[in-house]
Design a protein around this ligand. Sequence first.
Ligand SMILES: Cc1cc2nc3c(=O)[nH]c(=O)nc-3n(C[C@H](O)[C@H](O)[C@H](O)COP(=O)(O)OP(=O)(O)OC[C@H]3O[C@@H](n4cnc5c(N)ncnc54)[C@H](O)[C@@H]3O)c2cc1C
Length: 436
Amino acid sequence: MPRYVIIGSGPAGIAAAEAIRSQDSQGEVVLVSDDPHGYYSRPGLAYYLTGEIPEELLFPYRETDFQKLRLRQVKARVVGASLQEHLIQLHSGEQIRYDRLLIATGATAVRATIPGSELEGVVKLDNLEDARRILKAARKARAAVVVGGGITALELVEGLLARHVKTYYLLRGDRYWSNVLDETESRIVEKRLEVEGVKLHYHTEIDQILGKDNQVTGVRTRDGQQIACNLVAFAIGITPRIELAEQAGLQVERGVLVDEYMQSSARDVFAAGDVAQVYDPISGRSILDSLWGLAREQGKTAGLNMAGMQVAYIKPIAFNVTRLANLTTTIIGAIGGGRDGDLAGIARGDSETWRQMPDAIAAQADFDVNRIRLMVGDQTLLGAILMGDQTLSQALQQLILHQANISSIRQQLLQTDASLGDLLTNFWIEWKRLNA
Ligand SMILES: Cc1cc2nc3c(=O)[nH]c(=O)nc-3n(C[C@H](O)[C@H](O)[C@H](O)COP(=O)(O)OP(=O)(O)OC[C@H]3O[C@@H](n4cnc5c(N)ncnc54)[C@H](O)[C@@H]3O)c2cc1C
């Protein structure tokens, strides 16, 4: 009976375990993770910070769900792997033999390295422990500084605001999340933050974090301003946790290189999720992604292949629903604004797909804060962003996913006074009728 060992209890690891069990009811499945809390929703941490959901709701699985999968769960850090001997080494010194190994170790927040970063009160948001630490610190904090240009930074801002902490938001560039949002969208978010009481600082970077008795007391910016605060939160990008793969001698670039079957450079060793850099046969490139849904999909593909099938990963259209300054925002497919200004490495929830600016024209519609932006290709829609009103979210997802031919409405869509909502609704109804 084969023994499958999975390192990492995130969505990639769990989806792999489910896929293995769907094919092999006899084999032993060992799940090793160093997260004391096991499997929970990282996207949900934002809502936990704001107090909208209690901690229990972060956990998608009950004990019975794990029992059905018949996993042996090991809470430990894996510190090494010997590919020759098919062994992994735990922090405790214990070794576990595998027949097939999955590395699903995810990614971790990039740590700030500026002077003062080691002080009490400097935080990041990577996992449940971090979120608990932030909530504890926020109880005593009067003011906080948040640094970073993507979704996680904004989640920190919103969480701190909800906890009545005066919040200063420092952006390195001239607007919010410029590698995904266009200027209007950035300004909508910034305006709403200002209304909520956030003080935004553009073109601002921290020179030093100030402290007393090992506790943060403020920050000094490069242009010499001082901001008094008790908390400094960084969300300056993420980096795949490749140390283990590197040490084992697997081929790595920014992530662990895998083919479309999620197999690494070594036999019997697979990788999936945020840690994997996956070969995409269509573009011929190896891509990193950092989205929950894609991690699950990759984990599932890896699991099926580990159990003996031959299933290629087909990258689904990226689809992410998030909330920006209390505005529900759906981002589908290829949406990009060009440059990667505020972020080091890759951003949370920021699939690289959105950055591949396609050869397309952006059509826009503005009405109050509800907004649709489409990336219109020659014959199909390549991407869309919806802020506020989500009525067309499902329609756009389907039209983009199925590469619906939009030639019949393309010219109308591109007219400056086009009523995108009506055009798309009518097109969607007709498309559904024809494709039922
Ligand atoms: C605050 C936050 C908000 C997010 N919001 C969104 C969102 O809105 N939408 C979205 O699509 N995605 C979002 N994401 C990203 C999403 O959570 C990740 O893409 C997803 O969790 C990746 O899954 P994974 O299984 O690859 O890795 P992870 O979920 O990171 O899990 C990795 C696991 O490996 C374990 N591990 C690592 N190294 C070792 C080791 N050496 N030994 C043992 N165990 C190890 C870790 O403890 C962990 O259990 C967010 C992430 C964060 C942190």
